[in-house]
Write a new protein. Structure first.
Length: 164
């Protein structure tokens, strides 16, 4: 196994793996405000929403992470980007999230976005909060008790932002 991570646009044949990773992450119910039982069709409607650019991270020919990048709002808010990231539990802590985060910021800049905003970072998601902070994202708001964590109950949520 090499440590080389290749990030490329998602293609149709990737869809089964994208669904597997998406389903694993949302079924855990501890990081995204998404119905843990969301079906594949709705998941794809979310992941490949109009204007979204979806990417996969590959290592040794296997998909080990996925992310999607799109504008956070329409019209006058369309110059701010938003993104979602997922790495399967078995592949976490190996730099895949960081590689995708760096790639995403580069890609957002290349597309002309002026800022990146994450609307809903669950405060108990320590690796995500730390990773986004290391990539220059700042906590600009705390939403008290905005997420019902399956084990920890009502926990705070951060809005994170950085200029590009
Ligand atoms: C968040 C997520 C994308 C990070 O991906 P990853 O591949 O595990 O991340 P990395 O291995 O690149 O590690 C990222 C950082 O987190 C830190 N980290 C890893 N595990 C950690 C832990 N348990 N506690 C605190 N920090 C941790 C690492 O030190 C690393 O920081 P560094 O790059 O500055 O050294 C991944 O955990 C995931 O998909 N989680 C479920 C879905 C999710 O939470 N998505 C983000 C929603 S905002």
């Amino acid at each position: 196994m090499t440590n080389d991570i290749n990030i490329r646009p998602a293609k149709d044949p990737d869809r089964d793996t994208i669904w597997e990773i998406f389903h694993e992450v949302i079924a855990a119910g501890d990081t995204y405000p998404i119905d843990p039982e969301m079906c594949r069709e709705d998941a794809f409607a979310y992941w490949f929403q109009t204007g979204a650019r979806a990417f996969v991270a590959e290592r040794d020919g296997h998909i080990v992470g996925i992310y999607t990048l799109h504008s956070n709002q329409a019209g006058g808010g369309a110059h701010v980007a938003n993104a979602a990231f997922m790495v399967p539990a078995v592949a976490r802590g190996q730099g895949i999230g960081r590689a995708m985060g760096e790639h995403c910021l580069r890609e957002a800049r290349r597309l002309g976005f002026r800022a990146m905003q994450f609307n809903f970072v669950v405060s108990t998601n320590e690796s995500a909060v730390k990773l986004w902070q290391n990539l220059g994202m700042k906590i600009v708001a705390t939403l008290p008790g905005a997420f019902r964590h399956p084990e920890k109950g009502y926990v705070d949520v951060y809005v994170m932002f950085r200029s590009l």
